[in-house]
Ligand binder design. Structure first.
Ligand code: TA6
Length: 321
């Protein structure tokens, strides 16, 4: 992993959630179509992806600031949930709107969950400019800025690129978890780390890659363009980590899954936590995999247990391919 030039002050990490969400995690015994399925348990949790990265960093006492866009009573609920997890918030608020809701249905009789997310409200130019100005004023050389989550309406690919460039102009490092045309922009911007899943990767390369060898060929092509690290998420099967010099196949520990929602976001949070401590590639993604496995054993979308994750480290298997 790229090393920072030692700075007098410590680096800062900013997480940018442009389309935060209030998650409503609903567990049911089983989900039956055309049936009145009764709620067994309802948890309000933090949503929107980069928010989860801040939750991981703050749980490890790694200094960070959660920013992006919030609105209304739902926005206040999200900020309260973040602050209850010791996350320092500095969001831009848009008046007259409500932060969206994500509905995550977790049937207890099967693995996995069903996620239904609202699109979110349209971002006004003034709101966008305030986010851009905030990043321009705050980000310093070698700071890490994490963009994660689908952008909201009116944040065009061009505007997204403007935000990435604002960070780059200040010498910041970029970690991006996004899909579609936005992911292509991130690659063209030569960000430091991207974390697509298989579907997002196939969509981005515009073909359905058949086997590991084809994936690795495409991964190396993107490394050559200038993206330092690509973490290709394979969900429950783990991940492939690609840099110019190395390719890792990382296998997660065996766990009893309760809710897979948020695993990718907590994985990214774990990776950023290790990057900020300048750990080597293997250690970065061993920890990312372990903490993501811990999240899978929890009900909420931003829950995990650091001690449980540390216990999983020995069970994460890493192969060089
Ligand atoms: O990955 C989990 C999650 O962040 C949920 O918390 C839910 O809010 C959803 O994803 C939001 O995804 P989106 O891509 O719509 O930003």
């Amino acid at each position: 992993m790229k090393k920072y030039e030692k700075r007098g002050d410590s680096i800062m990490i900013y997480t940018v959630t442009l389309n935060a969400a209030l998650d409503k995690v609903i567990s049911v015994n089983k989900l039956v179509k055309n049936h009145n399925n009764k709620v067994k348990k309802l948890i309000y949790d933090i949503g929107g992806k980069a928010t989860h990265v801040s939750v991981v960093l703050s749980s490890m006492d790694i200094t960070n600031i959660a920013t992006g866009i919030l609105a209304g009573e739902n926005g206040k609920k999200v900020q309260n949930l973040l602050e209850a997890k010791n996350v320092k918030c500095d969001y831009v608020w848009q008046q007259g709107n409500e932060t969206r809701e994500s509905f995550i249905i977790v049937p207890e009789d099967e693995e996995g969950s069903y996620m239904i997310t609202q699109r979110g409200f349209g971002i006004k130019d003034d709101t966008f400019n305030r986010v851009k100005d905030k990043l321009s004023n705050l980000v310093k050389k070698d700071d890490i800025v994490v963009f994660a989550g689908g952008p909201p309406p009116k944040i065009t690919v061009e505007k997204y690129r403007e935000l990435l460039n604002t960070v780059k102009d200040n010498g910041g490092r970029l970690v991006v978890d996004v899909s579609g045309e936005y992911l292509k922009e991130a690659i063209e911007a030569k960000v430091d780390l991207i974390k697509p899943n298989k579907a997002e990767f196939n969509e981005m390369v515009n073909k359905s890659l058949a086997d590991e060898e084809e994936y690795i060929k495409e991964l190396k092509r993107i490394n050559e363009i200038g993206v330092e690290v690509i973490a290709l998420s394979l969900g429950r099967e783990g991940s492939i980590i690609s840099t110019k010099d190395k390719t890792l196949r990382v296998y997660p520990p065996k766990i009893r899954e309760v809710n897979d929602t948020g695993c990718g976001d907590v994985f990214l949070g774990g990776a950023v936590a290790m990057m900020a401590q300048e750990k080597e590639l293997e250690e970065v993604f061993r920890f990312a995999t372990a903490i993501s496995a811990s999240k899978a054993t929890k009900e909420g979308s931003s829950d995990f247990d650091i001690d449980q994750a540390l216990g999983f480290l020995k069970d994460v298997r890493i192969q060089y391919i």
